[in-house]
Design a protein around this ligand. Sequence first.
Ligand code: ZN
Ligand code: ZN
Length: 182
Amino acid sequence: MHLNPYGEDAVNLAAELANCRPKTAGELARRCRAAGLQVDGPFGPADLDRARSLLDAWERVVDAPDERTRAALLNRMLADSADHPRLTDHAGDGWHLHYRDDRRSPGALLGSLIAVGTALHLVGRGMHRLGRCAVADCSTIFADTTRTGRRRYCSHRCANRDAVRRHRARRNAAGDRAGSRT
Ligand SMILES: [Zn+2]
Ligand SMILES: [Zn+2]
């Protein structure tokens, strides 16, 4: 996975892993590779532990009450996970930046990818573009990469459920008003 300028793939991978936590190191490896993360070494139990704690930290960034807190929490993640940026042409398909030493463990690479990708996403698209679904009983996290930046739901399904709920609430309120006149 190459970090694109807005960190979209990385922030989406973070959301995907946070929403459905990997249970084994093998599962973590499979899902990272499926998302396009290139890592040479095998994922071990230490990498799974590291992924768990970095997803916990990342969820605190998601749930931050305001922009300054969000920035402070993410800065802490960057300090813990990222090294100085460096130019690399490791795959021979063009020069790009890596925000870590390539010899680090897969868990460490994932940490720097998620921290830097989330930072690029927030500064590029807007500090508010990370959140949880607006449906009360759904806590699914999403990164808002829409054009307008006003996404509120994790899925079409949740958006439809909420539209139905609001429609019923309006109809009931109208019914109550009609009832009170008689
Ligand atoms: Zn690369
Ligand atoms: Zn939802």
